[in-house]
Design a protein around this ligand. Structure first.
Ligand SMILES: Nc1ncnc2c1ncn2[C@@H]1O[C@H](COP(=O)(O)OP(=O)(O)OP(=O)(O)O)[C@@H](O)[C@H]1O
Ligand SMILES: [Mg+2]
Length: 445
């Protein structure tokens, strides 16, 4: 069949499809096929152009970035005892698969030549972005001898903030936003028990905490808030919180209460011969507890007096103990702050090492992004530094050795007030009411 006939048939089908859209679209939607959400524009217009650009530039790109190899020897004898070494004039680029379209871009596979490693492909990712004029390129090597190139055509996080969705009801898992590949951003506290959220002022830290509270509120989870900004942020959820501390003295009371609770839970698990509360039967299991701290630095701030130094040190010790002991006992930490450097106080770096989930919003300087992500992945640091002031709520999320850009859902004040009117789970603490009485208005006995 001549190629022109194929083009004519495809064009005719396209025109018929567009003209009859009003007929087939509602019918397919009614049958549960989400055609309205499919990225038609990208598939029909963007994808063919990008795929063509990739195929036509691949040979040159591979040559310029040292991804091609020469099949003929790279040395030649030119005299009786003289050998020259160099690069062959026509090296062969590695074989590229056909670009497979995805919802936000496309995926390619590259078959490595014998002797090649993925390292030069990782290094060439930026060159690929510019050559193919796409938002981002990520190179991985999930199988030996193969490299997978994931291309994201345009920044999916640049649109409006993702809307708030009905909360998922998987216990301890919170849907707080979307990843740049379009997937839901889940903070799963069972898988990653403790989280650190950083970012410059007005970058979206408190909004992310609000999205987390919103998602956890319908679950049987006790929430404890520490908001030393006078309770301005977490105070909105006051009714749903099992305790709220609005200054450091109250925070000390709450944190030592939580440490006592951890010890009570340890004894409880031991008495049943179990190593974690998740091994207990549901009716024996204490309610999971999430301690949410906004403006972490306030807990470490001292005015130089001995009293405030002691208080700050105690807070640091208590937080570290909760992080070290809490995970198996259903006690989790989510800490938000602008910086988490060792300059804050003693044991901050030890605490940071315990927080496996990391979220870095826009940072003031390279050092701040590095404090959050540097010990996990240097590439993620560069990406976090490139977040602009207009991208509020956009962050680099790292967990379980992987990282990705994501954007949190924006919770409005009405939704927050609605949650504030709901009730926390009853009797969440084994230690209640002793030794700490948790009270709503922030007063802690
Ligand atoms: N996901 C989002 N999408 C769009 N806008 C957002 C998002 N998250 C936050 N914002 C906007 O950014 C502003 C600042 O957010 P937020 O108060 O959470 O920042 P912050 O990092 O806690 O700042 P601060 O350090 O001053 O407490 C909010 O008023 C909100 O309008
Ligand atoms: Mg804030």
């Amino acid at each position: 069949m001549p190629a022109s006939l194929v083009v004519w048939i495809l064009t005719a089908l396209l025109i018929v499809g567009v003209l009859t859209q009003k007929w087939w679209e509602p019918r397919l939607e009614a049958r549960g096929v989400p055609v309205r959400r499919w990225p038609w524009r990208w598939w029909l217009v963007g994808y063919p152009g990008t795929a063509l650009r990739i195929v036509t530039t691949w040979r040159r790109l591979a040559y310029l970035n040292g991804l091609s190899v020469s099949m003929s020897p790279n040395r030649r004898v030119i005299g009786r005892d003289l050998v020259v070494q160099g690069q062959a004039l026509k090296p062969k680029p590695p074989r590229l698969s056909w670009p497979v379209p995805t919802a936000t871009g496309l995926t390619l596979r590259v078959l490595l030549h014998p002797g090649q490693t993925p390292a030069p492909f990782y290094a060439a990712a930026r060159a690929m972005e510019h050559t193919w004029r796409v938002h981002s390129v990520r190179v991985t090597s999930p199988r030996r001898g193969q490299v997978v190139i994931e291309v994201t055509a345009r920044d999916p996080l640049a649109d409006d903030a993702p809307s708030v969705r009905a909360p998922a009801h998987v216990l301890m898992s919170a849907d707080v936003g979307v990843f740049e590949d379009g997937g839901p951003w889940q903070i799963d506290l069972r898988r990653t028990p403790h989280w650190l959220i950083t970012g410059a002022t007005q970058s979206g830290k408190s909004s992310l905490l609000a999205a987390l509270v919103l998602a956890l509120a319908p679950q049987r989870v006790a929430l404890v808030g520490i908001d030393c900004k006078g309770g301005m942020e977490l105070g909105l959820f006051g009714g749903r919180l099992s305790a709220l501390a609005t200054d450091r003295t109250q925070a000390l009371g709450v944190l030592s209460g939580v440490v006592d609770e951890i010890q009570a839970r340890m004894r409880w698990c031991r008495s049943w011969g179990k190593r974690s509360i998740w091994e207990l039967r549901e009716e024996q299991r204490p309610v999971p507890l999430v301690v949410i701290v906004d403006e972490l630095a306030e807990l470490y701030l001292t005015d130089g007096s001995r009293e405030s130094r002691d208080e700050a040190e105690q807070c640091g010790t208590l937080l570290l103990r909760i992080a070290q002991l809490g995970a198996a006992l259903g006690v989790h930490l989510v800490l938000a702050g602008q910086r988490v450097g060792s300059d804050l106080g003693p044991r901050v770096t030890a605490l940071r090492a315990q927080l496996g989930g990391r979220v870095a919003h826009r940072a003031h300087d390279a050092a701040s992004a590095e404090m959050t992500l540097g010990d996990l992945d240097p590439d993620a640091v560069v990406t976090a530094q490139n977040i602009t002031e207009d991208e509020q709520g956009v962050a680099v999320v790292a967990m379980g050795g992987r990282w990705m850009r994501a954007r949190s859902r924006l919770v409005n004040t009405d939704d927050a007030a609605e949650i504030g009117r709901s009730d926390p789970p009853q009797d969440p603490f084994l230690t209640q009411p002793d030794p700490v009485t948790f009270e709503k208005e922030g007063a802690v006995a």
